[in-house]
Ligand binder design. Sequence first.
Ligand code: GLU
Length: 469
Amino acid sequence: MKIKTRFAPSPTGFLHIGGARTAFYSWLFARHHGGEFILRIEDTDLERSTPQAINAIIDSMKWLKIDWDHGPYFQTKHFARYNYIINHMLKNGSAYKCYCSEKRLEELRQNQMINGKKPRYDGRCRNSYENHLSNDPYVVRFRNPQEGSVIFNDLIRGTIQYSNTELDDLIIRRTEGTPTYNFCVVVDDLDMKITHVIRGEDHINNTPRQINILKALGAPIPKYAHVSMIMGYDGKNLSKRHGAVGVMQYRDDGFLPEALLNYLVRLGWSYGNQEIFSLDEMKKLFNLEAISKSASSFDSKKLLWYNHVYIKNLPIDYITKNLFWHMKHQGIDMSIGPPLTDLVKLFRERCKTLKEMASNCYYFYQDFREFETKAAKTYLLPEATKPLQIVREKLSSLNNWTKESVHDVIKQTADELQVKIEKVSMPLRVAVTGTSQSPTIDMTILAIGKLRSLKRINMALNFIAKYPI
Ligand code: GLU
């Protein structure tokens, strides 16, 4: 049997971290078994679905490299198919027309609540269609079995049982003729020959209803796996407040898709104590049995840790390609300056995100007008004049522009003036970078280049001369 899974988002907002994890688990499960993975957009809620959300879902999946073998399918394009099945069910009696008015249903609900009962349809139209004309508006309801129970073996949670008396006759087509959510899911899972439905635990209540409809259609029942929710650090539903944002925002914030996927796979799944998994390892090792039954808690620090691990360890060229995107995104003109690869080498130990790396890299390509106030106040003092002048002279006559020769210039200057090396390197750092933090000063100067470094040392000397503190 070929394993077939699907990710079936409702496009009512950006793809959030929970949705991305569900998609990834479904994808991993299919890939692990050499099966197929389908992307199905559940856009039947016409009021809440938006094209922006559809794009955000597709862009996010592409950025994460969660590829699909079929789709994207759009449920709104399959109304004819859903209606065909509903008509068939009306004929064979597994569904019926219900003419109860909104008013009657509301009264029924109120009465049940007053009497402490769970609100549910009382089945008035199940067997009789009294008191209505044939063109009265009606909905179509599924004729849910009234006895027995639905039992299914959730691959994460074990046996789950619902008594049929808890399930009322679900509306499968609204008055205006549109099929409802649970029904479309059933028809699509059947038509797409889905073998494993992996989805959020918020859908557990839908499962017995969907199984009953599948049974009525004589369809095979897929296996179900309901993944627990992701909570914030405070145990509340995950939101922006906890640092969780839409998937594309993670790209903009400088995360690598590999890091996010590794974080997501570990958020609720484990393989011993192993933390870092290559994609191949994930595909090889992933299984539903090791998914945790309890809710996971989102930890933005841990995600940052993963990102740093990947920034440090993925091939330089790959990081450079991604950093290039951020440099462009930040509007940094890279036409004059060092090869970006050199900067990745310089910065990848220090920066946890590519966004941070890009903003640290700007002074290698672009001049700045001002020195950071605090750095200037601390280091661009009159006592820095002499060291900066000597360094300037030595650098300008340097023919051999290497890390060692630049280092020697700084060392010799300190020796000549009989001061500690920091008395030279710190003002120099502020002079050439505008800030007091940078990778090693010799490497930094080397990458900034001779002309730019000299120009900036002049600027620093002017600054000191103009604003003696
Ligand atoms: N469309 C549903 C959602 O976005 C998922 C339905 C399913 O996976 O069965 O929550």
